[in-house]
Ligand binder design. Structure first.
Ligand code: SF4
Ligand code: SF4
Length: 370
């Protein structure tokens, strides 16, 4: 059996759904990535700048001739909603996929070693320094979409990628994934924040996934108005995609973490010191306590309830984070301005607020709502 076939067989035995081999060379989208960075479309994800040299050329990671094996693990599941409203991106609903992928990838690399494909190896999962979708396309794992993700004919956009760089020059996969966006523009039309600024190009600074996961601090009020009930990530461009419609339900693979299965937006807002215990290990812990509470406060404006109103009033007065207090004021003014006492509570909070920026924001939100 050829070495390439051996790689595919071991990947399949370990439960990877997709596997392809790309040359260890700069990805075809290197230039595009550089221009995206130059335009500042990565927002505050500064590690992309810091790592740019390696991202643009994976030979700088392995430092010797070799290949890149790209592996895909499908994660499709029905849409996910927190108790009482609040949406979470499907990929983040279960146990931490980083751990699952890292474990599988380790096993894969050990199996290759035992099969005579040892030597130098580098394992990369998720936020590692490679343009993984670009390499994955070359490896035939999927095809590029207008939503800037990778699509697979069977799993649509719902699969995780990981990569193994190894010091063996394997034959790159010739077969390419069949499919294309054709004339469809559903994702561009549906994106709530118009973050898909051109086919295949997302301005992260406008994207709800970035705003609710990577972005620190207050969310631009113009954009936060469009977030709706998304508390972590956003699946809109995936859900409207015709390629996603037939993806199988694989919820059992990652299960449901209790931060998603048992909690609602109110509990996300009020997690406080229990945050680590409630959210770890789950992808939803990425924004940290403050980010999760901010997201919950914003999402509560899209899923208003009596409990939510009470939690927002409490956060407005007592949350230690100015980002959360300001988000709570905004949400109350948007969803509950006509409720008894909310306007007065906003005024009292503005009087008591020590942070001048938050004070000004509270007065602004209150002013807009009266
Ligand atoms: S994830 Fe949401 S906000 Fe981001 S590009 Fe897709 S639809 Fe737009
Ligand atoms: S929604 Fe349409 S345009 Fe967007 S990624 Fe899917 S097929 Fe492509």
């Amino acid at each position: 059996m050829g070495r390439e076939q051996l790689v595919f067989e071991i990947a399949a035995e370990l439960g990877f759904d997709l596997c392809g081999i790309a040359p260890l060379a700069p990805p075809p989208d290197a230039q595009r990535f550089q221009s995206w960075l130059d335009q500042g479309r990565h927002g505050s994800m500064r590690w992309l700048e810091v790592d740019a040299e390696r991202i643009l050329d994976p030979r700088k990671i392995l430092k010797q001739p070799g290949s890149m094996v790209v592996l895909g693990l499908a994660q499709s599941r029905p849409s996910v909603e927190l108790q009482g409203g609040g949406r979470v991106a499907r990929y983040a609903a279960g146990r931490d996929y980083h751990n699952v992928l890292a474990h599988k990838l380790r096993k894969f690399s050990k199996r290759l070693e035992r099969a005579g494909l040892g030597g130098m190896q580098r394992r990369i999962v998720d936020a590692g320094p490679v343009l993984e979708r670009s390499h994955a396309r070359v490896a035939g794992v999927g095809f590029s979409s207008k939503a800037a993700n990778l699509l697979h004919p069977r799993f649509g956009p719902y699969f995780f990628l990981s990569e193994l760089l190894l010091s063996h020059e394997l034959e790159p996969t010739a077969a390419q994934a069949a499919g294309s966006c054709g004339t469809c523009t559903a994702c561009l039309d549906a994106c709530p924040t118009h973050a898909i600024v051109a086919p295949g190009e997302v301005d992260a600074r406008r994207c709800i996934s970035y705003l609710t996961i990577e972005h620190k601090g207050p969310v631009d009020p113009v954009l936060r108005d469009k977030i709706g009930t998304w508390a972590f990530g956003c699946d809109v461009c995936s859900e409207v995609c015709p390629w996603a419609a037939k993806a199988p339900d694989l919820s059992h693979r990652f299960g449901h973490h209790r931060a998603v299965a048992e909690l609602g937006l109110v509990e996300w807002l009020e997690a406080g010191e229990a945050f680590g215990e409630l959210f770890h290990p789950s992808p939803t812990d990425r924004p940290g306590r403050e980010g999760v509470a901010r997201n919950a406060a914003i999402a509560l404006s899209g899923a208003p309830s009596e409990r939510g109103r009470g939690a927002l009033l409490k956060a407005l007065s007592f949350d230690p984070s100015q980002v959360v207090r300001e988000a709570a004021a905004w949400s109350l003014a948007k969803a509950h301005a006509k409720d008894d006492g909310v306007s007065a509570a906003l005024e009292r909070a503005a009087t008591a607020e020590a942070d001048p920026a938050v004070k000004a924001a509270i007065l602004e939100w209150r002013g807009r709502s009266t």
